[in-house]
Design a protein around this ligand. Structure first.
Ligand code: NAP
Length: 198
């Protein structure tokens, strides 16, 4: 399969690229690295990416930012940023992918554990994660030509916790990557694919 992977250089994306590359042709994209540069927060940039890449069998997005900060500190701009980047960025990935994904192909987005396990500072992120999950359930009913759509909900990733010097249990990025492979290669649609902690 030809798989367009947005966020291919990230903690999760790197492992997704590795796992998919074993069996598929991976086209890597991010803002600053690789042949294909894209900013998911900019719809024109996304449209240009899809025009350049053309038809693919699957699109995976392992990118998207939202603001982590206490509720009392979050500004209008922080909410706008979170909605425009992680939420609408990925919604627009899916809307454009619907035109470029081959019959029976798939779209995989990324939400996260804060949608269902809240923590202080996580209100904006939890909000966009939950919205992405609602979007995917609804979009699955309407995508044309048998195209599937799922959202992977990673737990805290071990490597991220280490990098941030945070306490707590996480899953290795390589384990999280298996959920993306399952979404691309399996039959599931309209689902939130949760990754349990090991
Ligand atoms: N790591 C965790 O513990 C964890 C847990 C739950 C959910 N998640 C979610 O999983 C996703 C990936 O997380 P991560 O930890 O792997 O992130 P990361 O290490 O920061 O990597 C993000 C990747 O996306 C690219 N990217 C960032 N902003 C972009 C944009 N606007 N347009 C296009 N590409 C962009 C980055 O490359 P460039 O800088 O070159 O663009 C990089 O390849 C995020 O949505 C995050 O919220 C992560």
């Amino acid at each position: 399969m030809k798989v367009l992977l947005i966020g291919s250089t990230g903690t999760i994306g790197k492992e997704v690229a590795k796992a998919l590359a074993a069996r598929h042709d991976v086209i890597a994209a991010s803002r600053n690295h690789g042949l294909h540069r894209v900013d998911i927060a900019d719809k024109e940039s996304l449209a240009a990416l899809f025009r350049a890449v053309g038809q693919v069998d699957a699109v995976v997005c392992a990118a998207g930012s939202a603001k982590f900060a206490p509720l009392g500190v979050l500004t209008d701009d922080d909410f706008r940023f979170s909605l425009g980047n992680k939420l609408m960025g990925q919604v627009n990935v899916a809307r454009l992918a619907a035109e470029y994904v081959a019959d029976g192909g798939s779209i995989t987005l990324t939400s996260g554990v804060l949608a269902r396990e809240p923590m202080p500072g996580g209100a904006a992120i939890g909000m966009v994660n939950a919205a992405l999950e609602g979007f995917v359930r609804g979009a699955a009913l309407e995508l044309p030509r048998g195209i599937r759509i799922n959202v992977v909900s990673p737990p805290w990733v071990e490597e991220t916790l280490r990098a941030l010097e945070m306490e707590g249990r996480g899953a290795p990025a390589a384990t999280v990557a298996r959920a993306y492979v399952e979404s691309v290669e399996g039959k599931r649609t309209g689902q939130v694919i949760e990754v349990p902690l090991p």
